[in-house]
Ligand binder design. Structure first.
Ligand code: ZN
Length: 639
């Protein structure tokens, strides 16, 4: 096994405004537990499945036609190429983690195909080459040409950093050179419809040191807010983040994935430039999101309409859009904010988003994907749109599946950081961490148990600080060093700091008590009034029909005064801790077929006690299709 990556998706090792620096790629390798298992499924099942889907959906044929190797019509949407690049990025990180001759062969074929589809001037986009020749750069709002290039660049950097293969980077760089000749101050000034190029250009700058790439990223950011997009029948400036200049934004608004890819790119620019106004804006926008527009699962983008953020507190449970890509975008943004500030709240949101909505976006077998991630479902198949109680093998707009694949393959990147004083651990999983000055073994059954043992395997002679995040959900955390209560442990702002001269064999034991708990929502959220949800550790729980076969979930209330009890069930859903609760089943029979009736026209419905079993939200929809709900009405309020 090799871990040859020089860097992960973000190389903030030299970023001037970074408070925390990223570790080298491969510095964190999962060894056991939930994340190791999800990575193994991602490798063994999801990546081969994804490649088959790229073939059947037409993505590869589109490139073959563009390369003159096949004939036929372009299939799918304008951004089909981006799915190929995201798959390649996932494969590159996966091969860096554990080499694979099979993946390597597939990547060779795909990279060669992309090279063949490249025009003499460097341009690549199968849609415009095949379906609308001669019309490139004519519809920046919807065309996704720069978006596709951004994903190509990220894949190219993953190959360079992960496997040392520069072929895709050479292809992408030729295209970037073309883009430099078309766009920029004194050249074409325009607003792109879907952010992505910004973060990719900053990453290219980090890799090459060429300032012009950072400058172009700043240029694209600063094109925002000039009112070029809409308003018309389909587009509004807000939907496309074109309502106000980036430094004047106070909210997250419009299309959620676009909005958060933009803030991610802006945060990248901040890390490289230290632009204080940008940091202020991003902080304000992030707070706007978590204070009014965030689901309990970490999901964002409430509205199906235009896939957009809703108003503050507009967070319907059953009609939640909460696109998987929106959650991934939120994670990417929060990671950069964490690097910028060192504040635990960003790592807290990464954890919530990762364990709930992102992990729920993919089936346990790695071959089914949610596009939307509601917090309640009646179990009926949705015929009209992307929802429903079943993950699909692929989607007509297939942005989410390969996005999950690339994130899982590079997940070790988001666990820890370092600075001049030492190492910071933000996420817990059984893993080995190799950082400057220290190598640690991390043992834990997280997220099922809150005990974490860190064993020093190698350490430099100097005093160093080991910083451990205490999650925001946790109370009563404690730390012991070599079996003694840690003297001099300083706790501040969600982190415990342990400074000493570490030696081989030192053991730090972190205990994060995680009893199951009830959560309530702000009363202004309409859909969750009078309800509670269950959480345990970083996991949000739900009730699913499969565990309550003889009742209708809509007939259930939960007794939030009764204790909760967690139980490990190795054979359920690949091994989960379930949470047992108490509730009542309401007899709704007296309603017959009526939807409404005068209040008091019928005697109170009979209620019978019932035992409830909650499962982690991420694991729902892996058995027979059925109803699910995160938020449950409280029994005592209605007795
Ligand atoms: Zn998506």
């Amino acid at each position: 096994m090799t871990a040859s990556l020089t860097a992960g998706p973000v190389d903030a090792t030299r970023s001037p405004a970074a408070t925390l620096r990223t570790l080298a790629g491969g510095a964190v390798m999962f060894e056991d537990g939930l994340w190791a298992r999800r990575q193994a499924v991602n490798r063994a099942a999801a990546l081969p499945h994804g490649l088959r889907m790229l073939e059947t959906a037409g993505n590869l044929d589109n490139l073959r036609i563009a390369a003159g190797r096949a004939t036929g019509r372009f299939r799918g949407r304008v951004f089909m190429d981006s799915d190929v690049y995201k798959w390649l990025e996932a494969a590159a990180f996966e091969m860096a983690r554990v080499p694979s001759a099979e993946l390597s062969k597939s990547c060779d074929t795909l990279i060669e195909l992309v090279a063949a589809a490249q025009g003499d001037d460097g341009y690549i986009n199968s849609y415009y080459t095949v379906a609308e020749p001669g019309r490139r750069w004519t519809d920046l709002t919807h065309g996704h040409e720069l978006y596709c290039l951004g994903h190509m660049l990220q894949a190219a950097l993953a190959f360079r950093r992960g496997t040392g293969d520069d072929r895709l980077l050479a292809i992408a760089t030729r295209f970037v050179d073309l883009v430099h000749s078309v766009f920029g101050p004194g050249r074409r000034e325009t607003t792109d419809g879907h952010a992505e190029i910004e973060m990719a250009l900053v990453e290219l700058y980090r890799e090459t040191g060429e300032r012009r790439h950072l400058d172009l990223a700043v240029f694209f950011l600063e094109q925002r807010g000039r009112g070029r997009i809409g308003p018309n029948r389909h587009d509004s400036p807000a939907a496309f983040q074109d309502r106000v200049p980036v430094r004047e934004a106070t909210t997250v608004e419009g299309h959620a994935v676009r909005a958060l890819y933009l803030t991610t790119g802006a945060a990248d620019v901040y890390l490289e430039t230290g632009d204080a106004a940008l940091r202020q804006t991003l902080t304000r926008q992030w707070e706007d999101m978590v204070e009014g527009k965030l689901y309990l699962t970490g999901g964002v983008g409430a509205r199906h309409l235009a896939e957009s953020f809703g108003h503050p507190y507009e967070l319907p449970s059953d009609l939640a859009y909460s696109e998987t890509c929106g959650a991934i975008a939120s994670l990417m943004w929060s990671w950069r904010m964490l690097l910028a500030t060192g504040q635990a709240r960003y790592a807290d949101l990464i954890e919530r988003t990762l364990y709930n909505v992102i992990l729920g976006g993919v089936s346990l077998d790695g071959q089914g994907y949610f596009y939307v991630n509601p917090l309640a479902s009646d179990g009926e198949v949705e015929h009209l749109h992307r929802g429903g109680p079943r993950r699909k093998p692929w989607h007509l707009v297939a942005c989410c599946p390969p996005n999950v694949m690339r994130l899982l393959a590079s997940l070790g990147h988001y666990v820890a950081t370092h600075d001049d004083s030492g190492l910071q651990i933000h996420q817990y999983a059984a893993a080995r961490i190799k950082a400057p000055g220290v190598t640690l073994g991390m043992e834990t059954d997280y997220p099922w148990e809150g005990r974490v043992w860190l064993t020093v395997e190698e350490a430099s002679a100097a005093a160093r600080t080991l910083t451990l995040r205490v999650p925001g959900w946790c109370t009563g955390a404690s730390v012991r060093v070599n079996d003694r209560a840690a003297a001099g442990a300083e706790a501040a702002g969600g982190y415990v700091r342990l400074e000493r001269t570490w030696s081989r064999g030192d053991v730090v034991e972190l205990d994060l008590p995680m009893p199951a708990r009830y959560v309530e929502a702000h009363p202004w959220i309409e859909s969750t009034r009078g309800c509670v949800a269950i959480e345990r550790g970083p996991l949000v729980y739900c009730l699913e029909q499969s565990d309550h076969p003889s009742v209708r979930l809509a007939d259930l209330e939960i007794d939030a005064g009764a204790p909760l009890a967690a139980a490990w069930e190795p054979d359920r859903l690949d091994g989960v801790a379930v949470v047992r609760a108490h509730g009542r089943e309401i007899d709704t029979g007296a309603w017959q077929q009526r939807l409404y009736r005068p209040l008091g026209s019928a005697p109170p419905a009979a209620r019978r006690p019932i035992a409830l079993t909650a499962i982690p939200y991420y694991a729902w929809a892996n058995r027979e299709p059925g109803a699910m709900r995160v938020w449950m009405p409280r029994a005592e309020d209605r007795a």
